[in-house]
Write a protein that binds this ligand. Structure first.
Ligand code: NAD
Length: 493
């Protein structure tokens, strides 16, 4: 970063082999905040080869789990030490408010602490095969070389969900952050090295996914690809990996319903519908972008949402007064603006936002105002496609069955929320909705100890929780006969 080498390959920090650099732009004001090395495909291939050689050499996989656990906890300690510095990088890079970035780094710390605790207690299974001379054990081993590809909206957070269990399991890896937001990951990898991650275990490349993708994924040296990003990229990676029968976990987009019944608590519902969709300017995979609301309260509820949406303070994430920051880039804002045009042309009723803020102080950044479309229906693309911006669509229902049908009427299945004070209905709803996370009378929260992932086209595999560790493990059955004797099947010999 800014002259220091940014690629870590086989324990050596190097510049890109062709000297290429990428400028990293602060979306709050368009300024260049850093230039970082842009890896070539050759660099990416070398990074995978280094991870392969380190894994095959065997020392890391053979390191006692207690030592690997201690390493994860040391990383957590150093993250706490460097929290402010990394949070600042995250805000400069993504535009999110500093408060959000600090929460992200706290979450990263808890992920390392959680997996540090979990790997230390994960036990093998002993199976009784009915023969006292046989010891049958089911053991977990590292899956091998992992390629870890992360998106730009939660750069270090998403990467930590991969690196922490991969290290804990004893894998070696190549991490590739989004080319749009690599700064926090570069800082993190330096910190992990300081914590004592052995040479060649954690390799880092950054650059365009389209350029580096095939070197990282169309590669028979790779045992597991963990990808978080958009559906289109997830499809490409899954297809490429299938050629090598490489295991893949893809965490993709969402079009998440937030269902509000008329009996729901009014104050927390209005507040959380707003937060659920407008936090981080809607650039959240689990954002509650579809409000599905009971007809009898819909007009009043939407009017209150509009009033409060217009009070949201959009601004530079470094400014303590800002409640939400810009979109991540000019290009991304153009996509969001195209969705607003589409919504209008599809006949949805724009009731607030839909434009850039008028404040001249924000003119150089890629800001966009919180936007609400009323009178939406299932035929509209703005209801079905992930806009990944601050856009809420409103659909209405009369019966519970209709609410369920609408809530499930999406090709995605990442997350959803239900708000009701009727416990029986709440339970029926949380079971009927086909999404990987359901919040009942809450929205957006998660914990390192519970699984995260999608149904349907939101992906496969799970991150976090015990399953988030087993993704990085192979399961081996060891059948050990302590008193060998002939099988005596072929009696004629
Ligand atoms: P993206 O798919 O454009 O890029 C994600 C990553 O993939 C980047 O690092 C990119 O460089 C890389 N990439 C691109 N093409 C590649 C290729 N051919 N081969 C290998 N890698 C390639 O996604 P994005 O725009 O960075 O992120 C936004 C998306 O991420 C949204 O759809 C969002 O919903 C999703 N997301 C999902 C979760 C989840 O937990 N399910 C979390 C965060 C974000």
């Amino acid at each position: 970063m800014n002259g220091d080498p940014d690629l870590l390959i086989g324990g050596e920090w190097i510049h890109a082999s062709d000297g290429g650099l990428r400028q990293i732009v602060n979306p709050a004001d368009g300024s260049v905040v850093a230039s970082v090395d842009e890896a070539t495909t050759e660099d990416a291939r070398r990074a995978v080869a280094a991870a392969r050689a380190t894994f095959d050499e065997g020392a890391w996989a053979a390191t006692p789990v207690a030592e690997r656990a201690a390493l994860l906890l040391r990383i957590a300690d150093l993250l706490e030490r460097d929290k402010e510095q990394i949070a600042h990088l995250e805000t400069l890079d993504t535009g999110k408010t500093l408060v959000e970035s600090r929460i992200d780094i706290d979450d990263v710390v808890s992920v390392f602490r959680y997996y540090g605790g979990l790997v230390a207690v994960q036990a093998d299974r002993v199976v009784d095969v009915g023969d006292p001379t046989v010891i049958s054990r089911v053991v977990r081993e590292p899956i091998g070389v992992c390629v870890l590809i992360a998106p730009w909206n939660y750069p270090l957070l998403q990467m930590s969900w991969k690196i922490a269990p991969a290290l804990g399991a004893g894998c070696t890896m190549v991490a590739k952050p989004s080319e749009v937001t690599p700064l926090s990951t570069i800082a993190f990898v330096r910190l992990a090295e300081e914590a004592g991650v052995p040479s060649g275990v954690l390799n880092l490349v950054q650059g365009s996914g389209a350029v580096l993708g095939s070197a990282l994924t169309d590669n028979s040296d790779v045992d597991f690809i963990s990808f978080t990003g958009g559906l289109a990229t997830g499809r490409i990676i899954s297809e490429v990996a299938a050629e090598h029968v490489t295991k893949v976990a893809v965490e993709l987009g969402g079009k998440n319903p937030h269902i509000v019944f008329a009996d729901a608590d009014w104050e927390s519902s209005v507040d959380q519908v707003l937060t659920g969709v407008f936090l981080h300017s809607g650039q959240v995979c689990s954002a509650g972008t579809r409000l599905i609301i009971e007809e009898s309260i819909a007009d009043d509820f939407v009017a209150e949402l509009v009033r409060r949406a217009e009070l949201i303070r959009v601004g530079n994430g470094m400014d303590a007064a800002s409640e939400t920051g810009p979109l991540v880039s000019e290009q991304h804002r153009a996509k969001v603006e195209a969705y607003v045009e589409l919504g209008i042309s599809e006949g949805a009723k724009l009731v607030t936002g839909g434009v850039r803020p008028s404040d001249p102080a924000l003119a150089a950044g890629s800001f966009f105002l919180p936007t609400i479309f009323d009178n939406c229906d299932r035929s509209m693309r703005i209801v079905q496609e992930e806009t990944f911006g601050p856009i809420l669509t409103v659909e209405r229902f009369v019966t519970e069955a209709e609410a369920i049908r609408l809530g499930n009427d999406t090709e995605y299945g990442l997350a959803g929320g239900v708000r009701t004070t009727d416990p029986a209905r709440g339970e029926r709803m949380v079971r009927a909705l086909r999404h990987g996370t359901i919040w009942l009378n809450d929205f957006g929260y998660y914990t390192a100890a519970a699984e995260w992932g999608g149904f349907k086209k939101s992906g496969n595999g799970r991150e976090l929780g015990p399953t988030g560790l087993t993704e990085y493990q192979e399961i081996k059955h060891i059948w050990h006969n302590t008193a060998p004797k002939p099988a005596e099947w072929f009696k004629g010999v």
